[in-house]
Design a protein around this ligand. Structure first.
Ligand SMILES: C[S@@+](CC[C@H](N)C(=O)[O-])C[C@H]1O[C@@H](n2cnc3c(N)ncnc32)[C@H](O)[C@@H]1O
Length: 443
């Protein structure tokens, strides 16, 4: 996670030659970085897809993405580029079928190989049988996914497929699979209603009853999850997987001085299954955590913890006054982005009496994406901004809500209580940042 004054220059690439030169230079720096860190060169093979997670690697990977994507746009021209873009829902449909019919578990992994190479592949007929669908469409799904290097045809055996690094990830990582499944199931269905939803209420922005999700399923997302325990479990797993991406937990533990809180209490407001508190509790053995959530489904997915009672769980509605007073930290993580400004103001205001007990020793930490904007800066690359905008759109579709910039956080905080003051911002160009807030009367 990077401090607020960190800015990445956005380049306007102009020529094929200059882009090619940048790509070549960045690619050789990546090769040197890999070899000097004894990191194996990434490949598409099973087990070959691990890339380094470090600030140095990101500083090369991100501009290489910008340059490579722009080079492709330039050499393909708008007609080919847009054609590809416009047809991408068919690619997603193939992934949707593969997830629905559990293709990723029907092709054996190298792990199960008995040594003769025969155990790591499956014919279209075998996959179709296990998936309970016809061979023709099974083959078409596998071939479509293979164009993205998700599965591949075994050389010399055109009707036989094996895993690649990407398909193996979906086979092995249950939480990542849950995230993919959630996106390709409810979220893609809801997303297709976005424009219809806007047409039906063109001026009613920012309300969960005017979200595409509501348009598609007839009820707000969290009520829907309460009514579908399997989907609530999948959601909790998806959130856990999401937190592994881009080092979110590492960033959160590194960016704030948790160690200085001594034997303090951290209240994890809307903490879901408690995965963040549990990770922090493992790292900071003096701290105690209270994970609060309205959903007993979420709390029931909470890991039984070996942490000697330092992580406790409490059912609580964060629109109601905060029952744990005078804690060291109130962590509000990936919650405000679920709400429009009016509701975010109510959630923040409900915390004020608890912060007033020991204002100088208490912090509110908002752990959410901090969007770039012209007021508070934070310019990112196009590649990075695209990620942030995708998640912002996700909030619009799912909940009629949004991600916020520092300026927008400041506005909702001040509406909740004029004494709220942002004291520090850690930006993360690829994901979740951190906003540290206090009640100014504490000074
Ligand atoms: C997007 S999840 C974030 C979970 C967790 N903080 C994290 O970062 O992984 C939002 C959480 O808010 C919970 N929630 C929704 N409405 C709530 C309410 N009124 N009071 C308390 N929790 C609520 C949901 O059950 C869900 O676990």
């Amino acid at each position: 996670m990077l401090k607020s004054n960190f800015q990445i220059q956005r380049h306007d690439y102009v020529s094929i030659a200059s882009l090619a030169q940048q790509i070549s230079s960045l690619a050789s720096q990546i090769t040197s970085y890999l070899s000097s860190n004894a990191h194996p060169e990434p490949s598409f093979e099973v087990g070959g897809g691990v890339v380094p997670v470090s600030a140095e690697y990101e500083a090369l990977r991100v501009p290489l993405n910008d340059a490579a994507l722009d080079l492709l746009r330039l050499i393909n021209g708008p007609r080919n580029t847009l054609r590809n873009f416009l047809f991408s829902h068919y690619d997603l449909a193939s992934l949707q079928v593969a997830l629905d019919r559990r293709f990723f578990h029907h092709v054996p992994l190298y792990d199960s190989d008995n040594g003769d190479g025969a155990g790591n592949k499956a014919t279209i007929t075998e996959v179709a049988e296990k998936a309970g669908m016809d061979e023709n469409r099974t083959g078409r799904v596998l071939k479509m996914l293979s164009t993205h290097r998700i599965f591949e045809q075994v050389p010399g055996e055109p009707d036989t497929f094996r895993h690649t690094a990407s398909s193996a990830l979906l086979a092995r990582d249950a939480d990542f699979h849950a995230m993919a499944d959630m996106q390709m199931d409810d979220m893609i269905k809801a997303t297709s209603e976005t424009s219809t939803m806007i047409t039906s209420s063109p001026l009613a922005a920012d309300h969960q009853n005017h979200s595409a999700f509501h348009q598609r399923f007839g009820i707000p997302l969290y009520l829907y999850l309460e009514q579908h325990p399997y989907k609530a479990k999948r959601f909790a797993q998806a959130m856990s997987s999401w937190s592994q991406i881009d080092r979110q937990i590492t960033d959160l533990s590194n960016s704030y001085t948790w160690g200085s809180l001594g034997k303090g209490t951290v209240v994890d407001v809307g903490g879901g299954s408690g995965h963040i508190s549990i990770a922090l509790a493992r790292q900071f053995p003096s701290l105690r955590f209270v994970v609060q959530d309205i959903s007993h489904h979420m709390l029931s997915h909470a890991e039984s913890s070996e942490l000697g009672g330092r992580v406790t769980f409490q059912q609580h509605d964060f629109f109601q006054p905060q029952p744990v007073r005078g804690a060291s930290v109130y962590l509000v993580r990936q919650v405000l982005h679920n709400y429009n400004d009016a509701d975010s103001v109510k959630i923040l205001a409900a915390l004020v009496p608890a912060l007033e007990v020991r204002p100088s020793a208490t912090r509110l930490l908002i752990n959410d994406i901090v969007l770039p904007d012209s007021h508070s800066g934070g310019v990112t690359s196009k590649y990075e901004e695209h990620h942030l905008r995708q998640v912002d759109f996700c909030m619009m579709v799912a909940l009629g809500a949004k991600q916020r910039s520092q300026f927008e956080f400041d506005q909702v905080l001040k509406r909740a209580d004029k004494r709220f003051e942002i004291v520090n911002v850690w930006r993360n160009p690829l994901g979740i940042g951190l906003v540290e807030v206090r009640l100014a009367s504490a000074v």
